[in-house]
Design a protein around this ligand. Structure first.
Ligand SMILES: [Zn+2]
Length: 396
């Protein structure tokens, strides 16, 4: 398979290059402007299909990207720009001086482990002390904060966590995901299980988080969220960092939660866009809008359910729909993980599946408590990690 070979060797080629530069993506920089700045023909952008053009708007300010120059540093040979924790844009100079554009996976290792600790001060402080892993402590508190009052914990109570995490070049990559967790308060356990990107208690009832409402009244999902998928027909990688809701032009679009408008204007492939910042580090994005509601502009405070714009087909869009994106601390997350569309409790076949998974995870948590399994500290990870199923291919 020549393609696989290419993916494996890509990073090696990169390392051999004479000059590789690592720089943070500048605030407010557009992909198109980046091409212009670096004398890469802009036709590269205009020739992209609409999904890729949309993704070009997803490059985050501050994310490190890599540029490889030729020996005398005059020509850019390759560029790697991460889009999210799974995919990156790869630009490569061809013989005729034009450039190719490809989405390629980012290499990382993923591992999973369970551990338990005793409470000394607070779960947040104690998890950091035991693991040196602040994102993990944050994820734990975030998962439990709406269902458990941490001030009720006493010294000697226990916490057990089963999580998975990605490691890339010896560092944490992306955000740790808590698959299951238990707080044992005076010997009484409280559980959380992750299922379809949401948290449930042991009986399969959803633990209420920060609840967003649907941004449109009639929900018809035409495209779902994915950080990475391989398109077998086009033979290429893709991402879709939001959910598409089909609807007629002019259908009202509502703010999914209270917040402040941080952007209302044109944004490349996304067309007319509104961005709203909410509490807890959330941000919502509403794209391809036909128009904005009067008075909706930057700095405006909007209430949950308030109409802010209307469905349209602006930017790169084949037909009227709302592209709805959700970001937590700048990272794209699945909007369907926080919007309530389905019922609060899991029923039927799904319930069977949930109970089976919950049982397995509960056992892992109890094992961790009984064996006093201590967590891995972050410094040890480079030597001691246990690679899991996904040993990915490309570096960079
Ligand atoms: Zn979309």
């Amino acid at each position: 398979m020549p393609r696989l070979f290419f993916l494996i060797t890509l990073f090696a080629l990169f390392l051999q290059a004479s000059v590789v530069e690592r720089k943070p993506w500048p605030q407010g920089e557009s992909f198109l402007h980046f091409l212009e700045q670096n004398s890469i023909p802009q036709s590269l952008y205009w020739d992209l299909d609409k999904e890729d053009k949309e993704l070009c708007e997803e490059i985050r300010a501050g994310v490190p990207y890599y540029t490889m120059y030729d020996d005398n540093r005059s020509t850019i040979e390759q560029v790697l720009i991460p889009l999210n924790e799974e995919l990156q844009i790869h630009l490569k100079r061809k013989k005729d001086g034009s450039y190719s554009f490809e989405m390629v996976p980012i290499a990382y290792r993923e591992y999973s482990e369970a551990f338990s600790i005793s409470i000394e001060r607070s779960p947040y402080q104690d998890i950091i002390k035991a693991t040196n892993n602040t994102p993990l402590a944050y994820a734990f508190v975030d998962a439990f904060k709406n269902s458990f009052d941490f001030t009720r914990l006493r010294k000697g109570d226990k916490v057990a966590i089963l999580y998975r995490e990605k490691i890339r070049l010896g560092r944490i990559h992306g955000t740790p995901v808590i698959e299951a967790a238990m707080i044992e308060r005076r010997k009484k356990p409280y559980y959380l299980f992750r299922f379809n990107d949401r948290y449930y208690d042991s009986r399969g009832r959803e633990v209420e988080g920060f609840v967003f409402r649907k941004p449109v009244n009639r929900v018809r999902i035409t495209s779902r969220f994915t950080l990475r998928r391989y398109h077998p027909v086009l033979k290429r990688y893709r991402a879709h960092l939001g959910v598409d809701f089909g609807g007629r032009t002019g259908t009202p679009v509502m703010a999914a939660a209270d917040g402040r408008v941080t952007y209302a204007g044109r944004l490349g492939g996304y067309g007319n866009v509104i961005k709203v910042r909410h509490r807890d580090g959330f941000l919502t994005l509403y794209a391809h809008l036909h128009k904005f509601r009067r008075g909706i502009r930057r700095g405006k405070y909007v209430k949950k359910g308030q109409v802010i714009g209307y469905i349209g087909s602006t930017g790169m869009s084949t037909g009227p729909h709302l592209h709805f994106g959700l970001y937590k601390n700048g990272r794209p997350v699945n909007p369907l993980g926080v919007i309530r569309i389905a019922k609060k409790t899991i029923y039927g076949k799904e319930r069977k599946r949930f109970l089976r998974i919950a049982k397995e995870r509960k056992e892992s948590l109890h094992e961790a408590v009984e064996n006093g399994k201590t967590p891995r500290k972050m410094e040890d990870l480079s030597q001691a990690m246990v690679p899991m199923e996904r040993e990915t291919r490309i570096g960079g």
